[in-house]
Every structure is written in structure tokens, then in C-alpha cells.
Design a binder for this molecule. Structure first.
Ligand SMILES: [Zn+2]
Length: 195
């Protein structure tokens, strides 16, 4: 038995030959839906350091080749990466230009309750963007700071934070956490307090 499917953007009929997992009737609708969903701050979207990644976090170019966090040739503009159907999701490459990401592991319980240690860090961070990670139980805290190399820090209260500033990519969901603003603020004081 077949059911008629509709495009998630225009709600028009899907082409008869559309693949079973297709969600949009045309590239134009996929791109429009990506723009409508966008909650990624412009400080990130204006930098041409976007990739795709597989479900197992293997980095891919928009065209589906292997990408590298250290090879700019394999990166794309945000709009191209966001509109791409390659792989399972989007990624942003950190290259040491001052944008950092603090990865707060397992800080959200199944009800969405935030662990106290993570609340302390978020409050200290002030107005800067945070997104829910792909797993749904972690947060990425984005902002500006200096971090010569990645670090994993164990914090009181059973928490763990990974700090990244260069040489790797972060899977970006665009799922803004709570009422965090869509802009990047300074995170250096938070980094200093963790190191
Ligand atoms: Zn459509």
C-alpha cells in the first residue's frame, strides 16, 4: 500500500520518483525550509567554514567527499551546507580565529531539566548562543575566546565540559536552548574559570 506524501515546506505533492526518505519536493523547498529553521547566529553563518557529516560524525563536503577540519578547500558557505542533503547534518569548523565552543556533555535529563553544574556555566556565560546537541542531552555553548588546544574538564557536580577552539568541527543542530540569544558573546572569563 502506498500513501501519498507531501512536501514539508510547500505541502504540495511529492514527485512520483522521489526517494522514500525525501522530505521536500524540490531543492528550492529544501533551501527555503533551511532558511526558515535557521537559528544559527550570523557570526557563524557568515564564515565559510561549513561541512556536512554522517550519523557517525565523519566529516563530508557538501558534495559528499571526505572533508577535513584543517583543509579549507573542503568547507562551504553556510547556505550551501544548510541546503545540502548530504550526510546527516551540518558542522562548523573551528580554526582558531577566536570562535570557541564549549561542549557540555549529558547535562539535560529526559525531561529537559538542566544539571546544576551546567546551569552555573550557562549563567556565567551571559548572553551568548547555546544549542542542544544532536544527542538531545548535551549543550553547545558558543562564543569568543582563546583556546590553544582542546581540553576536557571535569567539573564539580558530576559534569564534564570539552573546550574547543581550533582544528576540529562541531556538529551544529541550530536548536537554540531556552531563551539564549542568536549572537555570540565573550566566553574568555568562563574558559579561565574552568581551566
Ligand atoms: Zn515543496
Amino acid at each position: 500500500m502506498t500513501t501519498s506524501r507531501i512536501c514539508e515546506h510547500c505541502e504540495g505533492p511529492m514527485p512520483l520518483m522521489a526517494r522514500s526518505h525525501a522530505r521536500f519536493c524540490a531543492p528550492r523547498c529544501r533551501a527555503a525550509a533551511a532558511r526558515r529553521r535557521q537559528t544559527v547566529p550570523v557570526e557563524l553563518t557568515r564564515r565559510p567554514r561549513w561541512i556536512r557529516h554522517t550519523a557517525r560524525k565523519v566529516p563530508l563536503t557538501v558534495g559528499g567527499a571526505t572533508a577535513s577540519s584543517t583543509d579549507p578547500v573542503t568547507w562551504s558557505r553556510y547556505r550551501d551546507a544548510a541546503a545540502s542533503a548530504t550526510g546527516a547534518g551540518l558542522g562548523f569548523v573551528l580554526n582558531g580565529d577566536g570562535i570557541v565552543c564549549l561542549d557540555l556533555d549529558h547535562c539535560l535529563d529526559p525531561d529537559g531539566e538542566l544539571a546544576a553544574w551546567a546551569r552555573t556555566i550557562l549563567d556565567a556565560a551571559g548572553p551568548t548562543w547555546a544549542e542542544v546537541s544532536r544527542s538531545g542531552d548535551g549543550l553547545h555553548l558558543w562564543g569568543y575566546g582563546t583556546l590553544p588546544h582542546g581540553r576536557r574538564i571535569t567539573v564539580g557536580g558530576g559534569g564534564s565540559v570539552e573546550l574547543y577552539g581550533t582544528g576540529r568541527y562541531i556538529a551544529v543542530t541550530g536548536r537554540t536552548y531556552g531563551d539564549k540569544p542568536q549572537r555570540l558573546g565573550d566566553l574568555q572569563h568562563v574558559i579561565n574559570s574552568l581551566l
